[in-house]
Design a protein around this ligand. Structure first.
Ligand SMILES: Cc1ncc(COP(=O)(O)O)c(C=O)c1O
Length: 405
């Protein structure tokens, strides 16, 4: 059997390699502190779980639901956008519920991508931002991830030199993996650029509510006229710690959302109705659970920056997201992020995500997720301190020369 066309576009997940070593270490009894995957460890809010339980078993709730989401859920999402961003959305035409934002993003890529269409994707980025388009038969061109003024000349160069002309640009702020945040002024320039070059803007706002300092992250749709070119994705996974429930949203441009809804109508019948009813309750408030979530991650962020810094590994302080994007300590930089991450599991009992898993420009970094409690984070720092103190010996004894870059 020859290789499958689509599967050739999906190399094995880099993170799997670290996961295998992690599983082997655990099987040998090691207590691995897992700061690798961005899997929220907090429980969903009590009142949301109660709503789910109350709804399950009611008449008609076991039937197929609505692919683009029940009306009440779409109205609740429109309500959230109005409260939080001052953005008015028509729940019938400008909101689609998705089976997690990742599914929504991937199916949007399916909906809009023709063979060989070029899409501008930040590097490093969350893998689906690139692979959604590669799976759909498109091609990607990397652009910088950092939302600085240098971003636009790079974007302009990418537009001018892409053949064919790109159809879309992806942005994600607060960003996974880099924790970069963007200002509304940046989005104003982005929308103007997109309109000038006839680009679709796909904004992943999964971390809209996970911020610690400064202003809450804005939405691209706050820019007047952005809705002409923009679809934005949000998620219940991080805001309400409901990652396993698979509930997210796409909102914005009607024509793009109609295309997404069409693809989804062939693929799914919507989430289990009680999940949608409970998600509606979450979005309609109260919001104290969001404040609590933020406080917990902020304390963990502070513990990470403080304890790792004192252990000899300075952490750039993330102001939002669930991640720190951290340069590999100097003595180990030559190893590359995958070998370094494997070494951390084996020698320090700490798992992190290798930056290379997010793109070639990530290889000098690892991503540290604050998904363990403060005590475990401080324990990780103690392990790291011992690891760094023996760096010379480790490099000399353990790492075969061949593994060094
Ligand atoms: C930037 C970003 N987008 C989307 C997702 C996936 O979210 P969901 O659970 O809504 O599919 C994640 C999860 O880690 C993420 O980091």
């Amino acid at each position: 059997m020859t290789d499958f066309h689509r599967i050739k576009r999906l190399p094995p997940y880099v993170f799997e390699q670290v996961n295998r070593i992690k599983a082997a270490a655990r099987a040998n009894g090691a207590d691995i502190i897992d700061l690798g995957m961005g899997n929220p460890d907090l429980p969903a809010p009590r009142h949301v779980i109660e709503k789910l339980v109350e709804t399950a078993g009611k008449p008609r709730t076991d039937r197929y639901s609505a692919s683009k989401g029940i009306g009440g859920l779409r109205r609740a999402q429109a309500g959230y956008y109005e409260r939080r961003f001052g953005v008015k959305l028509d729940p019938d035409t400008q909101v689609v519920a998705t089976l997690g934002s990742k599914e929504g993003f991937a199916n949007m890529a399916q909906a809009i991508t023709g063979p060989g269409d070029v899409v501008l994707v930040p590097n490093p980025s969350y893998p689906i931002h690139a692979f959604g388009f590669l799976m759909a038969g498109g091609a990607i061109r990397s652009v910088p991830a950092e939302p600085t003024p240098a971003f636009f000349p790079a974007l302009e160069r990418a537009v001018v030199h892409s053949i064919p002309k790109p159809i879309a640009v992806v942005v994600c702020y607060p960003s996974n993996p880099t924790a970069y945040v963007a200002s509304l002024d940046f989005y104003k320039d982005l929308v103007a650029f997109a309109k000038k070059h006839e680009l679709i803007v796909l904004s992943d706002l999964a971390y809209a509510e996970v911020y610690f300092d400064g202003e809450p992250p804005p939405s691209v749709l706050q820019v007047p006229g952005a809705v002409d070119v923009t679809v934005e994705f949000t998620s219940m996974s991080k805001t309400y710690s409901m990652a396993g429930w698979r509930m997210g949203f796409a909102v914005g441009n009607e024509r793009l959302l109609a295309a997404l809804a069409r693809v989804k109508s062939y693929l799914d019948y919507g989430a289990y109705t009680p999940v949608q009813v409970a998600a509606t309750a979450a979005l309609n408030g109260p919001d104290d659970c969001i404040v609590e979530m933020r406080d917990i991650y902020r304390r963990r962020r502070d513990a990470l920056v403080d304890s790792f810094g004192r252990a000899g590994w300075p952490i750039p302080t993330p102001s939002a997201s669930m991640f720190a994007w951290v340069p590999i300590p100097e003595p180990f930089r030559g190893l590359g992020s995958l070998e370094f991450s494997k070494l951390l599991v084996e020698k320090a009992d700490v798992a992190v995500a290798p930056g290379i898993g997010f793109g070639e420009h990530g290889d000098d970094y690892v991503r540290i997720a604050i998904v363990e409690n403060e005590q475990r984070i401080r324990q990780a720092a103690r392990n790291i301190r011992r690891f760094l103190e023996t760096a010379d010996k480790t490099l000399h004894n353990v790492v075969p020369l061949a593994a060094r870059r």
